[in-house]
Design a protein around this ligand. Structure first.
Ligand code: BTN
Length: 278
């Protein structure tokens, strides 16, 4: 029975339960649900431009052109993942916009933990379970002539994926909640926790500023402090020892030529000569 694929495709998020559980929180007080969209980020951006309120959530069972960071795509098959985007208008200067990705990662990792998964973060936007990427965040922003910036925070999570649901080039590096626990997870319950924790993290960020959030991020992102790493994808690769975060969420890396602040890139644990020898 476990192999009947139509079960997954027919599985839908329970919108009524979700709406009831969210109550009148900022995030999710307007919730738009679609069976298929090209990208929830793109649709949320259009709604935001049309003046939909902050906290609007766009959720799709499937994306046909899901977007990842750095121009990558986000594989978004129906019924087994979670794909949603949130419209935010934080009253922060443009240089603070990267903090929204970190804030969302904290909220999402806490949402996973509420459901018994030891979620960790890989700076800046990956959600990990035992070293495998199960989720990612894509924040896209627009500076407006008047008013605060508009930030669309999109989150994708592999929930009930089996190995064959993961693109072959990512197998071994990507995972899912189901692959982690060995049992299918209730997507409505997971989504509810994610949105509640994202709402809480955003409220705290707005009320107390970035420091508390950065501390929470570091506690959930062990690679960001005292680890030998390489950061690639942002021009020349940077190698060194991580040394925490700046006030705008950049990663500090102590390199042979001094302290560097890395604003974007893909982080990996550096191969030590011993590790390379096996
Ligand atoms: C990454 O890790 O590269 C970020 C992945 C973000 C994927 C989500 S799925 C919902 C939202 N809509 C998109 O097109 N992308 C984000």
């Amino acid at each position: 029975m476990d192999d009947v694929r139509t079960d997954d495709r027919e599985s839908r998020v329970d919108k009524v339960t979700l709406r009831k559980s969210l109550g009148d929180r900022l995030i999710g007080h307007r919730l738009l649900y679609f069976l298929t969209l090209t990208s929830t980020n793109d649709h949320a951006r259009e709604l935001a431009e049309d003046g939909w309120p902050e906290g609007t959530v766009v959720l799709a069972e499937e994306q046909t052109a899901g977007k990842g960071r750095a121009g990558r795509s986000w594989h978004s098959p129906p019924g087994i993942g979670l794909y949603f985007s949130i419209v935010l208008r934080p009253a922060i200067p443009p240089e603070g916009i990267p903090l929204l990705t970190l804030m969302a990662a904290v909220g999402a990792a806490r949402g996973l933990r509420d459901n018994g998964f030891e979620g960790l973060i890989k700076w800046p936007n990956d959600l990990l379970l035992t070293g495998r990427k199960v989720g990612g965040i894509l924040a896209e922003s627009r500076i407006r002539p008047q008013g605060p910036p508009e930030v669309i925070v999109g989150l994708g999570l592999n929930v009930n994926h089996r190995d064959e649901d993961i693109p072959s080039e990512l197998r071994g590096r990507a995972g899912s909640l189901r692959l982690q626990s060995g049992a299918p997870a209730d997507r409505t319950a997971i989504l509810t926790s994610l949105l509640i924790r994202l709402d809480e993290a955003y409220a705290s960020f707005r009320e107390t500023g970035e420091q508390e959030m950065l501390d929470a991020f570091l506690a959930l992102c062990p690679m960001a402090q005292g680890r030998a790493v390489q950061v690639s994808g942002s021009g020349e690769a940077v190698s060194g020892q991580t040394a925490g975060l700046t006030a705008t969420g950049a990663l500090r890396v102590a390199t042979a030529s001094g302290l560097r602040e890395v604003h974007v890139g893909d982080l990996s644990v550096a191969e030590t000569p011993d590790a390379a020898r096996g």
